[in-house]
Ligand binder design. Structure first.
Ligand SMILES: NC(=O)c1ccc[n+]([C@@H]2O[C@H](COP(=O)([O-])OP(=O)(O)OC[C@H]3O[C@@H](n4cnc5c(N)ncnc54)[C@H](OP(=O)(O)O)[C@@H]3O)[C@@H](O)[C@H]2O)c1
Length: 343
């Protein structure tokens, strides 16, 4: 059943996953369309963003944000249209970026909502290159990575919305950019369309040696999106005074225990110490409160100049969100995953 004006289709968290999420962890339900009260508005979802952080919200382990309750709709950023507004500053027909979640309709009091106006040019881009992932790449790379012309940047998940943006900003800043991605097709895209200097397949049996060969001058900025085997290959190649914006660790998101093998914390800390390396974690929701306007201005200009390109993977229908999300965690996506929920 497609989106309609009779019911509010929701995808709720049916149970918490153990390891990789399965379709049993999600349930499609019909609820009543809510009525907005005073100081509230009713939003109809057009686009839903799927992002790796949602795996963390499915778990009740302590984190920087509360987990989704069992039986509650999954959380998620949306581009929505105002259906009815009892809220100053928002009128019927306005397009907004909001945290509407995995459902057709949501109620908002305007907090964390950004008004895109009546006829935004590319509304879904507000969930990607012009929104949270694009801003994550920009802020993490420029504020923590501090890239300088001639330096080498390495970044994995290189064709996703964060990695692709990191690499392209790196090129704008005059760096050599080494991408890492899953498979030949993604690597070809990173080099031919995004302008990376080289891109390596993380699944190749010779990956660690390939990375060494691709970085004859070492690595000055490693933008960490994935952790795991990629980080193991990067660590010995880091230069003195390297910077590591610690953005994500997707290789661990489905893990149920620590990896096998010897404890490598001593080696990691020893490398950070003797090479005077700076590694800094950040969460985009609260780490750079005043930087968004500068990001938006720079990014609009780079896109207009053709210096930044953007690839979306559009999934049709709310009911297909769970499968697309599970695929995202396995690297089956190719570009920013957005679900088209309604017209
Ligand atoms: N700190 C923050 O505030 C913040 C904000 C946004 C995103 N992030 C993080 O940034 C990272 C990228 O996010 P995104 O939205 O741009 O995602 P994305 O690149 O669209 O999707 C994730 C990608 O990770 C790669 N991957 C999956 N499993 C992997 C594994 N075991 N080892 C290595 N790579 C693996 C896959 O790419 P390949 O198949 O090409 O390898 C997959 O397509 C994620 O870790 C996310 O959690 C952090």
């Amino acid at each position: 059943m497609p989106q309609n004006t009779e019911v509010n289709r929701q995808i709720v968290l049916a149970e918490r996953p153990v390891g990789a999420p399965t379709s049993q962890n999600f349930r499609l339900e019909d609820a009543a369309i809510p009525t907005p009260g005073e100081g509230e508005m009713l939003l109809r979802t057009v686009y839903l963003s799927l992002d790796p952080y949602m795996r963390g919200r499915m778990s009740d382990a302590k984190s920087y944000a509360d987990p989704v309750e069992i039986g509650a709709p999954m959380v998620g950023g949306t581009v929505s249209v105002v259906v009815k507004s009892n809220l100053k500053g928002f009128a019927e027909g306005d397009w907004v970026v909001s945290l509407g979640g995995w459902q057709d309709y949501s109620i908002s009091n305007g907090e964390m909502v950004f008004n895109l106006g009546k006829e935004p040019a590319m509304p879904s881009w507000a969930l990607g290159i012009m929104g949270m992932p694009g801003f994550t790449a920009y802020a993490g790379l420029l504020e923590i990575g501090e890239p300088k012309p001639g330096e080498t940047i390495a970044v994995a998940a290189a064709t996703g919305p964060v990695g692709a943006t990191v690499g392209q900003i790196g090129k704008i800043k005059g760096c050599r950019v080494v991408g890492i991605a899953g498979g030949a097709e993604k690597c070809k895209h990173a080099v031919e369309n995004l302008g990376f200097d080289v891109c390596l397949d993380r699944n190749s049996p010779t990956f660690a040696q390939d990375l060494k060969d691709a970085c004859p001058d070492g690595i000055d900025v490693y933008f960490e999106n994935v952790g795991g085997a990629v980080f193991d290959a990067v660590l010995p190649l880091l230069n003195p005074h390297a910077r590591i914006p610690l953005c994500g660790l997707i290789s661990q998101y489905n893990a149920t225990s620590l990896p096998d093998g010897p404890d490598r914390i001593g080696m990691l800390m020893g490398t950070l110490l003797v090479k005077k390396i700076r590694m800094q974690g950040f969460i985009i929701f609260d780490s750079f409160p005043n930087l968004y306007p500068k990001f938006a201005a720079d990014m609009q200009q780079w896109i207009a100049q053709g210096k930044v390109k953007y690839r979306e993977q559009m999934v049709d229908g709310l009911e297909n969100a769970p499968e697309a999300f599970m695929g995202l965690l396995e690297g089956k996506n190719f570009g920013k995953v957005v679900v088209k929920v309604g017209d």
